[in-house]
Design a binder for this molecule. Structure first.
Ligand code: GLP
Length: 243
């Protein structure tokens, strides 16, 4: 696991945006797994800036969102869809046909989940999965004790939700988790330095071959080996190139 610690959320989001931009430059039709929540907002802002000022091109990029609440009345625009269009998609040149978000309005839940998973596999799988972190160590709607092998499925948390499972997230070629603020410090320490345990769902990232964390100093404040992570980062030739 690579732990990238920056002073504040802005530069940490900037580091995450650089990682995504590099992936898009190398693979213009990259598949991005995207998340909602307050954490990725600065990342999305930076990607918009890169598109507007540096011509970062999303025209062939495909995106898959992690989750979507189920059972909202027909007249409600689905939550994650509204969030993503307003905070990112409306401001970049992604093609609407390349945007995939679980359909929370489908009544035949398991068929909808299977279809979503199959579309994702047909797209070649996720190149970079963006993740936020709950203060109790959960990622997306995979709460403590969620199965580490789960795929896209409907969950009750406490409303119903269609969410990628850890099995799906694990298949992403890179997991890029962002966490900011003191409120996330205990969860960050447990996920990086604690045992892999269903009570800390994000700790499954310890088993991922390419998991990167972009965090601020406050979120890093409970880490025992933070000096070591900084030293490793400073010596990483990839980071020296993007800096
Ligand atoms: C929720 C969401 C997650 C999100 C987490 C942290 O539980 N289901 O996807 O990552 O909270 O939210 P925030 O980024 O607002 O701190």
């Amino acid at each position: 696991m690579e732990v990238i610690i920056e002073k504040e959320a802005g530069p940490a989001s900037g580091s995450a945006a650089q990682i995504i931009a590099k992936c898009i430059h190398e693979k213009p039709d990259a598949v991005l797994g995207l998340a909602t929540g307050s954490t990725p907002l600065l990342l999305y802002k930076e990607l918009i800036r890169m598109h507007q000022e540096e011509e970062l091109d999303f025209s062939s990029v495909r995106t898959f969102n992690l989750d979507e609440p189920v059972g909202l009345p027909e007249e409600h625009e689905p939550f994650c869809s509204r969030f993503m269009w307003s905070h990112l998609f409306n401001h970049i040149n992604v093609k609407p046909d390349n945007v995939y978000i679980p359909d929370g309005r489908r009544t035949e839940g398991s068929a909808a989940c299977l279809e979503y998973e199959q579309t994702l596999v047909a797209a070649g799988g996720i190149d970079i999965q963006v993740l936020g972190l709950g203060p109790d160590g959960h990622i997306e709607f995979n709460e403590p004790t969620a199965s580490f092998s789960s795929r896209v499925r409907r969950r009750t948390v406490p409303h119903h939700d269609t969410a990628m499972g850890f099995g799906t997230v694990r298949d992403a070629r890179m997991n890029l988790l962002l966490a900011f603020g003191e409120g996330k410090a205990a969860a960050v320490a447990a996920l990086v330095e604690g045992p892999v345990a269903a009570m800390i769902p994000a700790s499954i990232l310890q088993h991922h071959a390419c998991a990167k964390l972009c965090i601020d100093e406050a979120a890093a404040s409970d880490l025992k080996l933070s000096e070591y992570y900084r030293w490793v980062c400073a010596g990483n030739p990839e980071r020296q190139r993007v800096a």
